[in-house]
Design a binder for this molecule. Structure first.
Ligand code: PEP
Length: 252
């Protein structure tokens, strides 16, 4: 039985003071509602310390949205894994489609970061997903396959327990368009089959695969009801308690 894992990606939203106030409100609401899934929020780097402080004593995990592929050195403007760990952050989102498309991150580059995060004993949410053009050209499976095979290259079987995959069709992110639960489930089943081929059926069966792309209060339950959908990576709807709590309580 896979435990549902729901995450909020704040992207470039929330100053430290706003983020801390919101996170404290969220922690209170989560406790009162008795949310029983694994919960993660990923604020911008500078907002992380205030949010870590605000959720202390709660079951909310604070993650980073990205990190550098080196441990230290002359990389102006970048953030290293041990800087995150020093703040108590041990989870990182890697390969988000906005990093891939706006900042040119390739599968090979993302793989470097995945391996570094694992070496640093961090958990990773690895994002994969096709563009509309790729889907319409019949390339869904080949795109997902290379994002997974290249993204997880040289990852050891025993490290896979630290990996979550987020399937985020690019055309559904921030657009209000959601993949149907059936389409999303089929993509998740495919992802599981790729992981099974790379590793083994045990690892594939235990792998948490989140769906991301305009998840909200009205579609979370139907998506989460699907066999291969184990959680959600939520952008826009993770920015207020009013919108995020119904997603976190999809099973109530
Ligand atoms: C995301 O940022 O990963 C995302 C899925 O965004 P949204 O929920 O706004 O589509």
């Amino acid at each position: 039985m896979r435990r549902p894992y729901i995450a909020g990606n704040w992207k470039m939203n929330m100053t430290p003071s706003k983020g801390a106030a919101f996170a404290a409100e969220l922690a209170k609401a989560v406790k009162e509602a008795g949310v029983d899934c694994k919960i993660m929020i990923a604020p911008p780097f500078v907002t992380i310390p205030a949010v870590v402080e605000a959720v202390k004593g709660s079951n909310i995990i604070v993650a980073a949205q990205n990190m550098n592929d080196h441990t230290s050195g002359a990389y102006t403007g970048e953030v290293a894994p041990d800087m995150l760990k020093d703040l108590g952050v041990t989870t990182v989102i890697l390969g988000h489609s906005e990093r891939r498309s706006y900042y040119g991150e390739s599968n090979e580059f993302i793989n470097k970061k995945v391996k570094l995060a694992l070496a640093e004993k961090m958990e990773v949410v690895l994002c994969v997903g096709e563009t509309l053009e790729e889907r319409e050209a019949g390339k869904l499976e080949s795109v997902l396959s290379s994002q997974i095979v290249d993204g997880l290259k040289d990852v050891a079987a025993e490290e896979m327990k630290a990996i979550t995959i987020a399937y985020e069709p690019v055309w559904a992110i921030g657009t209000g368009k959601t993949a149907t639960p059936e389409d999303a489930d089929a993509a998740h089943a495919f992802i599981r089959s790729v992981v099974k081929k790379m590793f083994n059926s045990d690892i594939a069966e235990n792998l948490i695969i989140q769906y991301g792309g305009s998840v909200n209060a009205s579609n979370a339950k139907a998506l989460m009801a699907k066999e291969n959908i184990d959680g959600a990576l939520v952008g826009g709807a993770s920015l207020s308690v009013e919108k995020f709590l119904p997603v976190l309580t999809f099973n109530k």
